[in-house]
Design a protein around this ligand. Sequence first.
Ligand code: FUB
Length: 348
Amino acid sequence: MGSFLPEMICFCEAGKVYGFMAKQRRPLVSHIFTADPSAHVFNDKIYIYPSHDIPHDAEDNDNGDEYRMEDYHVLSLDNLDAECVDNGEALHMKNIPWVSKQMWAPDVAYKNGTYYLYFPARDKDGIFRIGVATSSSPVGPFDPEPDYIQGTYSIDPASFVDDDGRAYLYYGGLWGGQLDKWTKGFFDEKAGQLEGDLDPTRDAIGPMFCELADDMKSLKGEPRHLQILDEEGNPIKEGDEDRRYFEGPWMHKFNGKYYLSYSTGTTHYLVYAESDKPEGPFKYKGRLMEPVLGWTTHHSIVEYHGEWYLFYHDCELSNGINHRRNVKFTKLDIAPDGTIKKIIPYED
Ligand code: FUB
C-alpha cells in the first residue's frame, strides 16, 4: 500500500475529540483505533458505529482473542467534508450485567423515536450473544437491557428496517465468532470449520436471519440460516472460500432489491448477493472489494444525498497490526441493475 499520511491534525475541544477532515480512503480518526463501521444517515448527518480496538502486544489467534474491545464510541460527520467527531463513550461493558468480554462489531436501528444499538459480546459462559441498548439520541449514551436477546448467538449483528417498517437482524461469524460451533443446534465447543475441518462438498453455513419483534428488543419467530446460491442456483459450498459467508453481514436495498454483503474471512474479500426478499434466498453477484491491509475486512453500505458509500476499515495507522484498525469510507458506483463496481482499495 502507499505510504501517505493523513494531512489533518487531531485536536480536542469542550470534551469532544475530533478526527481528520473527512477524506475518502483516509482514516477518519486517529486518537483511538476503530473498526467494523456501521454507517447510517439520521437527520441528514452520517453516524458511524464502529468497534473500538484496544492496543496490546499479545499474539493473534484463530479464536480472535486479540479483539479485546470494552466499549463503543459513536463517530459522526456533519457532511462528507466535515471533521469526524468522536461523540465519546456511548456504552461500556461494565454496565451490562450479562457481558464478560469482547464487545465486537455493533449496529444501530432507528424506530419510533428510539435508537437501538445491537452488539455482540461473550456472556459469562464465554458464548457470544447479541445484546441491545437504547437511547433517544443517535450518539447515546445507550441504556443496555439486562440480558441478551433470547435465541441469539454468534456475532456481527446488522439491522435493517424495511420501507414497510418491518425490522430484521442479520448476524453470525465463523471461528472466533462461533457460528460454526452451533451446527448441531447447540453450542459444541469442539466443533468448528478451521482449514483442516472444511468439507468442500458440504453446503456453507449461511448467516443468521430473523425478524425483530415490534419492541425491537426481541426476535419474532425462530432465527434461521440464510441461503446463498451460486449462478446455477446451488448452495455455495464451505470449501468455496472466495465466496462463502464468513462474517460481517450488511443489508442494503437498491431499486427494490435486497443486497446481502459480507466478508469471506480467510480470502479477505467483501462480496455481495441479491434477492427479491429480505429473507432470501440470495444469489451470489460478485466481489465488491479486494483485500485491505490486515486480516479482517468489515463494512457497511449507505446512501447519502443520492450517492452510495462504502464504510470499511484497514490497518493503515498501525501499519498492519490486525487488532489496531481504523475506519475509512469511499464512494461506490452502483449500476441501475444493482451491480457494484469493485473497489481496489489502494488503487483507482
Ligand atoms: O472486530 C472484531 C471482529 O473482527 C468482528 O466482529 C469481525 O467482523 C471482524 O471484523
